[in-house]
Design a protein around this ligand. Structure first.
Ligand code: BES
Ligand code: MN
Ligand code: ZN
Length: 497
């Protein structure tokens, strides 16, 4: 969808539909008041009769009102005026775009009330508007064979009104938001694919496709023999039980100064996690096709930095394999050697994410990175701790962690830092190897991070546990696109200062 901005009067803009917001109190904001004047009080009459209550999530489409340039008027509920902040604004935007997505409207003017939050500046508001619109128009890439409902017709959205002097910031925000929405769609499509299609080789092919699409991106994928040469014993251990060959994907985007230290992104790419010999129970096991959401985020981030031509050097590392209980699978108690030489006792084969990540984190050293950020659907414990609302952040550099937290706030893709102190690492002691891959139930999100921390000594490193945020379960089962918006904000700020 094409996004643009306008200044001047909303009712004078030409489009199929004009969207205005109405509060629960039925009091009209400036935009709705102007509409009401144009339609000679019909809007107020409608509200007085109680035909539209203005509650969050509600919308009403009205057609052919005399006095308006637009063919239709969409009223959207903004909820209570007192609590109207960016969350309520997002909800109103989502409601409006979702409603229009079900119509044949191709162009719309969005004159929804702007929330008062001071940190929601023109750029951020515009970026969110484009991003939310993209997300609301997303349709799952299902494999249903019946007749498809028609794709949403909405092709042009104009947001406003903004003072003319603000339009430059707004346009920058819309551009970035449109790119984030497009890359989030790529992420979600990859993540929603079933495990029998989205295999490690498929992910490698997608990385190659990115490199063909974008001039700034280069991609390579190492096969099992090459992974063996790198002595990635932990990644090899996880893949043993599977008939699908593993890959180690390396992406590069050269946008920054030659020789400037790169940022390295690492994404967990377990294309299906059965648990291995420590097998999971059958309930919701299908959702473990989403265990590659970290990998999909890394691929989407390269799509994004290439679209935006960000002036940074970025490296992406994606260890990818299946976790299956085949005859050659690793067994609880097996001891393997990681790429950096530490011996690891695998007490639970279902704690496989940290195993494939530790070899990738070690590989990141060769780039002398400015920072390393890994993203992984790593622990059920993180879901218990933070639910589906916040991504867990841990790491060895509080400044980097807080920079990511702040990006999450700006992007409405929030994250919360958990305390990765030394005690957690001590829980990983074993009599038989340098380290065990699990440490009991308590503090599970943090002991997993503590395991990774043994492989990132001396690097600036942050770990995002997206187990709770990367996809929704139940009737709305689908990838969410998170944490791409958070990461996008972080990368944009790093690139533009
Ligand atoms: N991919 C899972 C984590 C997960 C579970 C994400 C449920 C989202 C929902 C990971 O590989 C895993 O199985 N972790 C174990 C670790 C445990 C064995 C220490 C877990 O969280 O149960
Ligand atoms: Mn697992
Ligand atoms: Zn897993």
């Amino acid at each position: 969808m094409q996004c643009s901005a306008y200044s001047g009067k909303s009712i004078e803009q030409r489009a199929d539909c004009l969207v205005v917001g109405v509060f629960e109190s039925r009091e009209l904001g400036a935009e709705a008041r102007a509409v009401d004047r144009a339609v000679r009080g019909r809007l107020k009459n409608l509200l007085q009769r109680g035909d539209f209550a203005g509650r969050a999530g509600e919308s009403l489409l009205l057609a052919d009102l005399p006095g308006l340039r637009a063919r239709t008027l969409l009223l959207v509920g903004q909820g209570a005026a007192k609590t109207y902040q960016r969350r309520a604004w997002r909800k109103a935007m989502t409601t409006a775009v979702t409603a229009l997505g079900r119509t044949r409207v191709t162009s719309a003017i969005f004159a929804i009330e702007r929330p008062a939050d001071r940190d929601f500046d023109d750029y951020t508001l515009a970026r969110s508007a484009a991003e939310v619109s993209g997300a609301a128009l997303y349709r799952i890439n299902d494999l249903k064979t019946g007749k498809r409902p028609p794709a949403p017709a909405l092709a042009r959205a104009r947001f406003g009104p903004f003072p003319a002097a603000h339009l430059a910031d707004v346009r920058r925000g819309l551009g970035d938001g449109t790119a984030i929405a497009a890359s989030a769609t790529l992420l979600r499509n990859l993540a929603n694919l079933p495990g029998n299609i989205c295999t490690p080789r498929y992910l490698a092919a997608q990385a190659a496709l990115l490199a063909r699409t974008h001039r700034s991106v280069r991609a390579r994928a190492l096969n099992e023999a090459q992974i063996r040469r790198l002595k990635m014993g932990c990644l090899l251990a996880v893949t043993r039980g599977s008939a699908e060959p593993p890959r180690f994907i390396i992406l590069e985007h050269r946008g920054g100064r030659r020789g400037a230290a790169p940022l390295v992104l690492v994404g967990k790419g377990v294309t299906f996690d059965s648990g291995g010999i420590s097998i999971k129970d059958a309930n919701a096991m299908d959702e473990m096709k989403y265990d590659m959401c970290g990998a999909a985020t890394v691929l989407a981030a390269f799509d994004l930095v290439a679209r935006l031509k960000l002036r940074i050097n970025l490296v992406g590392l994606v260890p990818t394999c299946e976790n299956m209980p085949g005859g050659r699978a690793i067994k609880p108690g097996d001891i393997v050697t990681s790429a950096d030489g530490q011996t690891v006792e695998i007490l639970n084969t279902d704690a496989e994410g940290r195993l494939i990540l530790c070899d990738a984190l070690h590989y990141a050293r060769r780039y002398k990175p400015a920072a390393v950020i890994d993203m992984a659907t790593l622990t059920g414990a993180c879901v218990v701790a933070l639910g589906a609302h916040h991504t867990g952040i841990m790491g060895n550099d509080d400044e980097l962690a807080q920079e990511l937290v702040a990006s999450g706030v700006r992007a409405d893709d929030r994250a919360w830092q958990l305390p990765l102190t030394a005690e957690y690492g001590e829980q990983l002691k074993t009599n038989f190897a340098d380290v065990a891959n699990v440490a009991g139930r308590d503090g599970g999100a943090i002991t997993a991070a503590a395991f990774l921390g043994r492989f990132t000594k001396g690097l600036k490193w942050a770990h995002l546990d997206i187990a709770g945020t990367a996809w929704l379960s139940g009737n709305h089962k689908s990838a969410t696109g998170r944490p791409l918006a958070l990461l996008g904000d972080f990368l944009i700020r790093r690139a533009r200062g």
